[in-house]
Write a new protein. Structure first.
Length: 411
């Protein structure tokens, strides 16, 4: 089946439907503003959102899918990831709730409209040229694509031990109909794979390609089950992923070896994993708040989770943790959302205690600040903060090379 993709141009049923509507309308370039483009960043520390990666639509020969950390364009002709957009960077990372983001195919080729509900702005992503425009929201330009099918109607038997996108998307290739959907054997975004199946075929006929891993592997029709793909594509070094199951917390090393961290975790809790290198790492577990109390435990290892120490931070950290990072010198940072309270960040010196901390956000007069995330991106330590005033809210990013001096990069 893989050979079929090298010589044929794909026309999606969805694209035909969407592009046939309202084609005389286009973005008014005079009222839009080009903003800087930033690709989404994903690695073995990236955690999935509440629903995991989901498909928006198929557009021309491209599969469009998303999670809170980014919008991704996967080329169904070359079977490679074409480009991505950091959704947190443009303030459109909410997948659920009143500010949930929506995606629409634009009549102009190779462009996607992005709108967070209850906002007056939307964005146009020209993914062929990686250009992003910000403009006033116009509902007349936003036409929902069709073609999504409940995954339960496509798969004869679903595997509850692996992640699968909620929907498959139907598209047409050389006069034949196919379904495409996403899976991850470990549940982690880094292990996402694209699954393609002819309509009417059985569960053993999928062709599968990894999305993010460099060494792409495919399964010829009927050769193997998709869940066996991980053993053919090992990552270099120790790839550490996070896995929760029935109240138990595990790390998954190299996609295969499970190492139990705790058997007393809330299924609705959240966890944040940060690895400094193959061996040294930190894991922050936060339970689902019960009676106003959120349990917070910090685990630390120096041998890829064969052994670890645990520290109870329940009475130390106020608010709702949203991310952690640790520098090579042992300084720790934890972002928190406190919903109106003054604390948005904690810092811990090596072998010291956690204390409230603040950075220069370049402005005064705000109502409060919420910590959005803490991470290491392209060798730099990054804090993302939400600054709220009486009139508006904005997102800023702080970067540091060593975790000592923080620089405001953008607003």
């Amino acid at each position: 089946m893989k050979k079929l993709f090298f010589s044929i141009y794909i026309f999606s049923v969805i694209a035909l439907t969407a592009c046939g509507q309202n084609t005389d309308q286009a973005i008014n370039q005079d009222t839009s503003e080009i903003i800087s483009y930033k690709a989404a960043v994903i690695d073995s520390n990236t955690l999935p959102g509440v629903d995991g990666a989901q498909i928006a639509f198929v557009f021309e020969d491209n599969l469009i899918f998303y999670d809170y950390f980014g919008l991704f364009v996967y080329d169904l002709t070359s079977l490679k990831l074409q480009t991505s957009l950091d959704l947190q960077y443009i303030g459109c990372s909410e997948i659920q709730g009143d500010s949930a983001v929506s995606f629409y195919p634009e009549p102009i080729d190779y462009r996607i409209l992005i709108h967070a509900n209850n906002t007056e702005w939307m964005y146009e992503f020209d993914f062929e040229n990686e250009v992003v425009r910000k403009m006033s929201y116009d509902e007349n330009l936003c036409h929902s694509a069709s073609g999504l099918v409940d995954i339960r109607k496509v798969l004869q038997e679903s595997d509850p031990t692996i992640f699968q996108s909620n929907h498959a998307c139907k598209f047409t290739l050389d006069g034949q109909d196919f379904y495409v959907w996403l899976e991850s054997g470990s549940g982690m975004p880094i292990d996402l794979s694209v699954h393609i199946r002819k309509t009417g075929a059985d569960d053993n006929s999928d062709s599968v390609w990894y999305v993010f891993q460099d060494s792409l592997a495919s399964l010829p029709d009927g050769d193997k089950q998709p869940k066996d793909l991980e053993s053919e594509n090992p990552l270099k070094g120790n790839s550490v992923s996070l896995l929760t199951e029935d109240g138990e917390l595990f790390v998954l090393v190299n996609g295969q070896e499970r190492r139990e961290i705790s058997d007393a975790c809330s299924p609705a809790g959240t966890s944040f994993l940060f690895m400094n290198n193959d061996e040294e790492g930190y894991l922050l577990y936060c339970s689902d708040p019960a009676g106003g109390l959120m349990e917070k435990r910090l685990f630390q290892t120096n041998d890829a989770w064969k052994n670890f120490e645990v520290q109870d931070l329940t009475s130390v950290i106020q608010g709702y943790p949203t991310g952690i990072l640790f520098t090579e010198s042992g300084i720790g940072y934890m972002t928190v959302a406190h919903r109106g309270e003054p604390i948005y960040l904690y810092r811990c010196e090596k072998n010291g205690g956690w204390l409230p901390y603040s950075v220069d956000v370049g402005e005064t007069g705000y109502s409060y600040i919420d910590g959005e995330s803490a991470d290491r991106i392209d060798g730099k330590y990054v804090l993302r903060l939400k600054v709220v005033t009486e009139e508006s809210e904005s997102y800023i990013q702080m970067e540091s090379d060593d975790g000592e001096q923080w620089e405001l990069i953008r607003e």
